[in-house]
Design a protein around this ligand. Structure first.
Ligand SMILES: Cc1ncc(COP(=O)(O)O)c(C=O)c1O
Length: 316
């Protein structure tokens, strides 16, 4: 039985709202067998202007790109998906939470070639608290270096947020939790630091912020991009670079970024404490991030999409 905290009244499918209990797919759907899906994760926060999605348009752009990489024709434009997302939150009475757009290959044929299986687009949402535990943002989390590597470039396309990629993430996450850690950090096939199972990773060393450069082994995180911009705003030097594993042990500060994880400090790696605990640059960036998503600082880049209180006439 699904955990009731994920339950809402409505789920959207290809233009129609359907009751949560009717939102089913057939066991012969291509996606169930071969992981043929692409998806997104977007947070909506209560702000003084009302509930607002953070970087909705950028997430919808990445969804389209992920679908394009897997040659899944996406019938719905960004405006339609944005309107449907607003309406989903209004209908479910949600003012905060996590939006999950999901594009799958449905039931059609079971050969590996997915093109004979129809593309279905779903939108669902649920309330989601702190992804890495209730005290994660304040106190930080314990991480390990995973024994699982991220896939090599030109194996699985890391820039696509595709269901199948998350089998690797599941192995990382289960290993970490089994050994008493909140999260794993993987290296890529070349042995350099890549990313967490569902987060990008940043280090601070000598007053400079470092993050692994996009090398075909990690997702181009939207929170990562936000934090790079915030470093600019705060005048903190930032560099995308190659990060050897051992720098995780010598860094002054480390943190994860992700829509779900937000900006979570890492307080130890492989049981080795990171610096002096949660450091000042991590804290400053975390405050700037939370102020931005919660509408406590000006939205100079147009990243907050406030949910209009009434549906547009004619919208789904
Ligand atoms: C593997 C992986 N890396 C990084 C991220 C962070 O991406 P974003 O900041 O766009 O949520 C995620 C989260 O979706 C992820 O699943």
């Amino acid at each position: 039985m699904i955990d009731s905290s994920f339950r809402t009244a409505w789920i959207w499918k290809d233009g129609a709202f359907i009751p949560w209990e009717d939102a089913n797919i057939h066991v012969m759907s291509h996606v169930v067998h071969y992981g043929s899906s692409v998806f997104e994760g977007i947070r909506c926060y209560e702000t003084p202007e009302g509930p607002a999605f953070f970087r909705l348009r950028d997430h919808l752009r990445r969804l389209r790109e992920s679908a394009h990489i897997y040659q899944m024709p996406l019938e719905h434009g960004a405006d339609d998906l944005a309107e449907a997302s607003f309406e989903l939150f209004r209908r479910n009475g949600m003012r905060e939470g996590y939006l999950r757009p999901l594009v799958i290959r449905g039931a059609g044929a079971l050969g590996l070639n997915p093109t004979a299986s129809p593309v279905e687009t779903w939108l669902m949402a649920w309330p989601w608290g702190r992804y890495l535990g209730s005290s994660a943002l304040e106190e930080g989390v314990d991480a390990c270096v995973s024994t699982w590597f991220r896939p090599a470039p030109n194996t699985f396309p890391s820039l696509a947020k595709a269901g199948g990629n998350y089998l690797n993430s599941q192995l990382m996450k289960m290993e970490a939790v089994r050994n008493g850690y909140a999260e794993g950090i993987a290296v890529g096939p070349g042995g350099l630091v890549s990313e967490g199972s569902g987060q990008n990773v940043f280090l601070v060393k000598g007053g400079e912020v470092l993050t692994p450069a996009l090398d075909g082994t990690m997702l181009d995180g939207i929170t990562r991009n936000t934090v790079i911009a915030l470093c600019g705003d705060l005048g903190v030097p930032i560099r995308e670079t190659r990060v050897p594993r051992e720098m995780l042990y010598t860094a002054d500060e480390i943190f994860f970024t992700g829509t779900a994880a937000e900006l979570t400090p890492v307080r130890s790696v492989d049981r080795i404490p990171v610096g002096e605990g949660v450091g000042p640059i991590t804290r400053a960036l975390q405050t700037a991030y939370m102020d931005l998503v919660r509408g406590r600082s000006p939205d100079v880049r147009g990243w907050r999409d406030v949910i209009p209180q009434k549906a547009k006439v004619g919208a789904a």
